[in-house]
Design a protein around this ligand. Structure first.
Ligand code: PMV
Length: 347
């Protein structure tokens, strides 16, 4: 099959890891398995227009961000195309216009790499499917996740499913280092419509990129123990997703967040991505939880922002608490209400 020109548009969400991916081997192979909730509102929407060109051995593309040319993102995309070219042999036969926008505020400190790379991977797979229409839906999503992984590791968890595992794990059938898979078992109703309110503590550019952070896990004094711990924590979560035990869920999730940052603090060179207000928020959440017994907890990405996680049935009370006591710690009082979602969508 062949096609001269056309376009697709996909949205892909961000995701928040419960068991964190931190440390990798060559080719974006994770040092340990991770699991995340797919988000619903924090998304990248990307339109891919393609026109057939002569294959002169180079990639040709224009990049627009919110409709405006965006030169500084181009090297990242160029590198991505080089990495995935062996999987998509048609890439040099087309000129692409990639037009992308995020639903969350620009430079809010929310990483758009997961949603952005996933949205682009979905579009490229749509073209691949036009050229090879006989592929199954399972193959389509698996390969999309594999491509997204090569753009940004955690992006492979933004393709399909509400709870997504990436990385080989003995007790999760179908799990793979190469792509994310939907958590295969039935999940307890306590996690239905689970809420994630993202408190924007610091919107500045990260001082240390996650690429550098992953690299610092090589020769890290605690690396092997940490990687083993991630396997254990994922094992725990398998039972927690089945029995709905929120007290145990909180222990694993908060410990994972603090361990991620502990790895940063104990690498060489060492660094700290939390800000004073990150700690103020964590302490306020602990105090509130102690006093009310409401099962609300926090997790962190590689940054200062805090994700506040809680079940839907306590949403009203927790949101009131966030407005009364936590918003003051956010930059310009900004926060984003999100919840568990289903993955990428063709628009
Ligand atoms: O996908 P990357 O290379 O940006 O790494 C992201 C790592 C964390 O967000 C800190 C953890 C995770 O599993 O998402």
């Amino acid at each position: 099959h062949s096609v001269e020109k056309g376009n697709f548009q996909w949205s892909a969400p961000s995701n928040i890891a419960l068991v964190k991916y931190w440390g990798k081997k060559d080719n974006q192979i994770p040092a340990n398995p991770s699991v995340s909730f797919t988000l619903n509102n924090c998304k990248t929407i990307t339109k891919l227009a393609f026109t057939k060109k002569e294959n002169d051995g180079t990639f040709s593309f224009d990049l627009l961000f919110e409709g405006q040319p965006k030169e500084d993102f181009k090297p990242k995309i160029q590198k991505f195309l080089e990495r995935i070219a062996i999987y998509l042999p048609f890439l040099k036969d087309y000129h692409f216009t990639i037009d992308t926008e995020n639903t969350f505020p620009h430079s809010s400190g929310i990483a758009s790499s997961a949603s952005g790379m996933a949205a682009l991977a979905m579009n490229l797979m749509s073209l691949e499917k036009v050229l090879n229409p006989e592929m199954t839906e399972e193959y389509f999503y698996q390969k999309a996740s594999l491509l997204a992984r090569l753009g940004s590791g955690s992006a492979c968890r933004s393709v399909k499913g509400q709870v997504v595992v990436w990385g080989n794990h003995a007790n999760i059938s179908g799990s793979s280092n190469l792509f994310g898979v939907e958590f295969p078992n039935v999940i307890h109703t306590n996690f239905k419509n689970f809420q994630d309110t993202i408190l924007l503590v610091d919107k500045g550019e990260k001082q240390v990129s996650s690429t550098v952070g992953h690299d610092l896990m090589h020769n890290h004094p605690f690396a092997e123990r940490r990687f083993a711990q991630a396997h254990e924590n994922l094992d725990h979560l398998i039972s927690i997703f089945e029995n709905g035990n929120l007290e145990e869920f909180i222990k694993i999730v908060e410990s994972e967040a603090l361990t991620l940052h502990a790895m940063m603090m104990t690498s060489m060179p060492y660094f700290i991505l939390m800000k004073p207000n990150t700690l103020e928020i964590i302490n306020a959440i602990w105090k509130f939880r102690n006093e009310t017994k409401i099962p609300v907890c926090f997790t962190l990405d590689a940054g200062a922002n805090v994700h506040v996680l809680y079940p839907e049935n306590v949403a009203e009370t927790v949101l009131q608490f966030i407005k009364n006591e936590l918003v003051g710690y956010c930059q310009n009082g900004q926060y984003i209400c999100d919840e568990i979602g289903n993955g990428a969508v063709l628009i």
